[in-house]
Design a protein around this ligand. Sequence first.
Ligand code: SAH
Length: 346
Amino acid sequence: MTEFQNILSWDYETLLSQCTEKWSMPRFRADQICQWIYQKKVFQFNEMTNLSKDLRKFLEEETAILPPYMIRKESSTLDSTVKFLWGLIDGENVESVLLSHGNHLTACISTQVGCPLNCSFCATGQSGFIRNLETAEITGHFLAMEKHIGKDIQNIVFMGMGEPLLNTGNLFKSIRNLNHPRMRKLGARHMTVSTAGIVPGIIELADLEIPVRLSVSLHAPNDNLRKKLMPVNQTYSLSRLMESLRTYQEKTGERITFEYLMLKDVNDLTEYAYELGALLSGLDSYINLIPYNPVDKRFTRSTKSQVKAFMEILKNLGLEVEVRKEKGTDINAACGQLRRNIPSLK
Ligand code: SAH
């Protein structure tokens, strides 16, 4: 290889110009290569049987297809959830989760190694922050999951490790490649970005030409409580966050999902349900109440009756609300349980 290049880091235009201008190939070669990688999940040039042997050899010398490699896989015995651990080129690793609802598959994908936000209830932040994932790593571990199971996955939620909107450059490039009609062809409505409330990222997302869905991890209806649970609230207060969400909704016309973790005697009091209702009034919203998945002893799960009471108040205020079904708790694959420095690997 003259110059190290991971083809998974290229957008379609780069790949096309590389093929046509640098390598003097006809355009359709670029499309064939994309089809092999993004649709057939073939990561070896020598398996691309509609390219001549010489061309395969040439491509092998010029470039490489390098998705993260699978270190480990764990399957839940409670449901069909599967957790994967992926190795990265610098020795770091990230987790991802495959969730099934009947025949419908959803991949929960990571965007950072660790997370800098340190939310008090989340395992990922406790193991610190190392770095952003590259485009090739974000797209790569999704494609590698599909290759491993031998099936296409219909939905992606960027809700794995890290804060997606602190890595907008690589995230958006990945979304473009996953959506591109000549690459992975995944519909915009099938991708959801979840954020802890990074205001500049929300404004950037509002201008993204691909209308992916937005989900906001709210978890508290006022600044006092929220900043105790989520330090990011000290940088982006609720009023700034709500203002950015109104701008987002004006620009995109999209409904916004709000995630609200139910922590016993912390944020689950009925008065907070009224406060939450008032905070969200005027927005087209959908509320997802999330049962707390155990990380340490600081928090416990709200009782079922408290969750019900909270939900009823929100419904009576005219809001749409549902309780999220938990999956994969026995393999620590549930929301907030992904971490780096997997103990058994040390
Ligand atoms: N940083 C992004 C995406 C990763 S977290 C975000 O904050 O949205 C994905 C979701 O899991 C978030 O809603 C997060 O608040 C939630 N979560 C974190 N820890 C959890 C836990 N222990 N139990 C249940 N959900 C948790």
